[in-house]
Design a protein around this ligand. Structure first.
Ligand code: AMP
Length: 184
């Protein structure tokens, strides 16, 4: 099963994606992790991406797509994967679709974990990290919303979007995810 997992900072996407990859037995394709790894390895992609990542900007589509396609060619991705942090732009989404469709391995669903902004703020403030002040959190949430809106619209039009209520206990959220996938 090939899935895209979307959710704002603080929505519990990390916890749920760990449970989901274990449940489905598919690899976790987090572009954030892959780009950080490329940066540490000092590969040419990593070096190019570093400047963008260090200043909190999106890495250019071409570089991200290069990393993702390279990863998709590895044998463990044959049985499916969970995309996390990708796609982030419409061009990434369209390119991914074309790539997967040409290989007869389409996406099954796009899961959007939705948590009200007030709840996210409460969760993030209680974590107490130094960069988690109210203004920074609101700014990150606005950036996320702007970035993700056109993607949600795109996947909604393609009939792939499944919005999941991300409030409540971890196990309850995971049950909602599983039932969405079962009714797919
Ligand atoms: P993340 O861990 O998903 O927050 O990603 C960390 C950083 O990697 C982001 O701030 C971006 O600079 C870069 N990045 C990760 N995924 C993407 C993507 N799909 N498109 C562009 N840049 C990305």
């Amino acid at each position: 099963m090939r899935l895209v997992f979307i959710g704002p900072p603080g929505a519990g996407k990390g916890t749920q994606s760990a449970k989901l990859i274990e449940h489905l037995g598919v690899p976790h394709l987090s572009t954030g992790d892959m780009l950080r790894e490329a940066k540490v390895n000092g590969s040419s992609v990593g070096q190019e991406a570093a400047a963008y990542m260090d200043s909190g900007r999106l890495v250019p589509d071409e570089l991200v797509l290069q990393v993702v396609v390279g990863r998709l060619q590895q044998p463990d991705c044959q049985r499916g994967c969970l995309f996390d942090g990708f796609p982030r732009t419409l061009l990434q989404a369209e390119t991914l679709d074309k790539y997967l469709e040409a290989r007869d391995m389409p996406l099954h669903a796009v899961l959007e974990l939705r948590v009200p902004e007030s709840e996210l703020i409460k969760r993030l403030l209680s974590r107490g990290r130094s960069d988690d002040d109210l203004e920074t959190i609101q700014q990150r949430f606005r950036e996320y919303t702007t970035q993700i809106e056109s993607l949600l619209d795109y996947y909604n039009r393609r009939g792939l979007l499944r919005t999941i209520d991300g409030s409540g206990a971890t196990e309850d959220i995971f049950s909602r995810i599983k039932s969405q996938l079962a009714s797919n």
